[in-house]
Design a protein around this ligand. Structure first.
Ligand code: XMP
Length: 317
């Protein structure tokens, strides 16, 4: 009979036996899987687990600092790496979604490789691969997914001559959450919506600039906090905002405005493979639209995405 507690006990014992005094490097994403994998390995080998958490400049508002702080509170040996400039410069001028994914994947590998070389005698790469990732190692999403699967499952970029340790590769998502909960991972990490690796870069249609990222972070934060405030966050599977590459005419006081349009997206789903648009209350949509237009400078129109997957995807890129 599977329980989270017994899984933790056996896994930690196995990891101790397997890793001994070896050093492990692991990239934290802020998501559930990498966080739980890190906690298990940390419980087995303590400070010999070196965690790296990269700020790619494409995360949600204030996310990097708050997640980094909670990792530290959990006792993890974690290094926060500010690589925002590197990601923005890799993205300069790119508008094609797959080109953006590719540039982000490559930059992540560069940053991670550079950081892992600073750890002397590291011999293992820890990964938060879960069972469904193993099955779906050949993904549908194009180049970044190719990098992702190559990077996640068994194989390694050639330049990292590390052995792989994947303590979650027999678990499903709900089991991973149960393990994290039993190890004291905070609810705000356990219960969070999925968030794509390329982050806000695939929610800004067209080219990426720090200014656009800042606008979208504000819009996204208002939307997500509104969902939480109204008790709707846990009723949807994923939510976020898209910054569209168009301007529209509006009116503010006596002035005509010509500003940006954002699209809000919230979906219900079981596994992300199919999804329905979330039927959020009209009153909520009305309030959040007003709040966004009043508070976020440069945005004068909000639309709500009512497309299901298929044929639309959850992300717009
Ligand atoms: P789509 O847009 O394909 O998204 O319906 C399904 C789920 O996958 C996430 N997603 C990604 N995750 N790298 C990721 O790590 C990516 O390139 C990527 N593209 C989409 C998306 O957020 C949703 O949860």
């Amino acid at each position: 009979n599977w329980t989270a507690d017994s899984f933790v006990d056996t896994t930690v014992a196995d990891l101790k036996a397997k890793l001994g005094d070896d050093k492990v490097v692991l990239g934290l994403s802020g998501g559930v899987d990498s966080s739980v994998a890190a906690m298990l390995i940390h419980r087995a080998i303590g400070p010999n687990l070196y965690c790296i958490f990269v700020d790619n400049g494409l995360l949600r508002k204030d996310e990097f600092q708050s997640v980094l702080d909670s990792y530290k509170t959990l006792g993890l040996n974690v290094k926060g790496v500010d690589a925002q400039e590197q990601f923005y410069s890799a993205l300069t001028g790119l508008t094609d979604p797959e080109a953006k994914r590719k540039a982000i994947g490559k930059t992540f590998i560069d940053v991670f490789d550079q950081e892992s070389h600073r750890i002397e005698d590291v011999s293992w790469l820890g990964q938060g691969t879960i069972y469904p990732d193993v099955i779906e190692s050949v993904s549908v999403k194009g180049p970044s997914a190719t990098i992702k699967s190559h990077h996640n499952v068994g194989g390694l970029p050639d330049f990292m001559k590390l052995k792989v340790v994947e303590p979650l590769n027999t678990l499903f998502k709900d089991e991973v959450r149960a393990v994290g909960r039993s190890m004291g991972l905070p609810e705000f990490i356990l219960g969070r919506h999925p968030f794509p690796g390329p982050g806000l870069a695939i929610r800004i249609l067209g080219d990426i600039t720090p200014e656009k990222v800042a606008i979208l972070q504000e819009v996204d934060a208002l939307f997500i906090n509104g969902l939480k405030r109204e008790g709707l966050y846990d009723q949807v599977w994923q939510a976020g905002a898209m910054l569209l590459p168009i301007q529209s005419v509006g009116v503010m006081g006596d002035e005509r405005t010509y500003e940006r349009v954002v699209a809000l997206r919230a979906v219900t789903s079981v596994d992300g493979m199919t999804a329905d648009w979330a039927h959020l209350p009209y009153s909520f949509l009305a309030d959040i639209s007003n709040e966004i237009i009043n508070k976020v400078k440069g945005v004068n129109r909000v639309v709500y995405d009512i497309s299901s997957k298929p044929p639309a995807t959850i992300e717009w890129e």
